[in-house]
Design a protein around this ligand. Structure first.
Ligand SMILES: N[C@@H](CCC(=O)N[C@@H](CS)C(=O)NCC(=O)O)C(=O)O
Length: 290
């Protein structure tokens, strides 16, 4: 297969595959983990729906695979989980490793237009075109993964990624959910820094990658979205997440079918994610026909 298998680990009756492949979008090796539930691993193999999980700042495919607990419900419901990486890695770009919120592991899941990131940080193209084509077209993986049934979720920067890729590509994903998403990046310090660095100074360009701004294109539609935010999340308190702005924009656009839950005392960590991961898998399962 086009993927190299680095590990195959038994998990909840299924298998977690740790894979790498060469990406033409980024020009680098990309890591991706794939959890196959027991329902897929039959003879002959069974195609199962897929939930993509996009991770947050500083992460790799490992963080959520190890402590997000998505595999628990996914194994019960018969869903595969795909954990892509957060950015191209191992490239020598000056400054890219200097801070936790920009550069390596902080791609914001967009295609950068500014040097030195342009041409390398093409995460939107990678996630929406190259990776699905590689996974579903693969002789082995393609026997387990159903290209017609895909949903998306994510945490923090990955919540921003999940919401924006969903809103930019109507019909591509059956539903969306997010844990502590950066909901209005054009108006928070993390987003302003990332968008200035990757996209330049034109704030109208930034808005094309902001979930709150993108809601204007969804007037009157059913969003099929679940969002959880912890009230004890320091990044929420610092104004990095701004879920209220997303809610206000959704209300203004008259969209339906979304729920934003404020979970008392929960922080930004994987203790928060693992507590509510069953709900997010259930949300996806509902729209994936399970
Ligand atoms: N200062 C923190 C900020 C980054 C952070 O909290 N990242 C979140 C996503 S925005 C995370 O999932 N970190 C990795 C982990 O908890 O396993 C750090 O460097 O770890």
């Amino acid at each position: 297969m086009a993927f190299t298998t680095k590990a195959s680990i038994a998990s909840f009756g299924g298998k977690l595959l740790k894979l790498t492949h060469v990406s033409s979008s980024t020009g680098t090796d990309m890591a991706v983990n794939v959890f196959l539930p027991p329902q897929a691993l039959t003879t002959p193999p069974q195609k199962v729906p897929v939930l993509i999980f996009l991770s947050g700042l500083t992460c790799s495919p490992e963080n959520c695979s190890e402590k997000g607990f998505l595999q628990h419900a996914a194994a019960r419901r018969g869903l595969a989980i795909v954990y892509p990486d957060t950015s191209p890695k191992g490239i020598d770009i000056a400054g890219a490793k200097d801070t936790y919120d920009f550069g390596e592991a902080a791609s914001f899941y967009i295609d950068a237009t500014q040097p030195p990131y342009a041409g390398i940080y093409n995460m939107e193209t990678y996630l929406t075109a190259e990776l699905p084509a590689a996974l579903f077209g693969d002789a082995e993986l393609g026997a387990w993964l159903d290209p017609a049934r895909v949903s998306i979720t994510g945490h923090s920067m990955g919540g921003h990624g999940a919401l924006t890729l969903y809103l930019k590509n109507p019909g591509k994903y059956a539903s969306v959910s997010a844990f502590a998403p950066i909901s209005n990046p054009t108006r928070c310090p993390w987003g302003e820094k990332a968008f200035a660095g990757y996209l330049g100074d034109d704030r109208d360009e930034w808005k094309k990658h902001d979930a709150t701004e993108l809601l204007a294109g969804w007037v009157g539609r059913d969003l099929k979205a679940l969002i959880d935010v912890g009230t004890g999340d320091n990044f929420y308190k610092q104004g990095q997440l701004l879920p209220e702005n997303f809610e206000a924009a959704a209300e203004k656009a008259g969209v339906t079918g979304y729920e934003v839950r404020y979970q008392k005392d929960y922080d930004h960590s994987y203790y928060f994610i693992s507590t509510f991961s069953d709900d997010h898998v259930e949300h996806a399962a509902k729209y994936l026909g399970l």
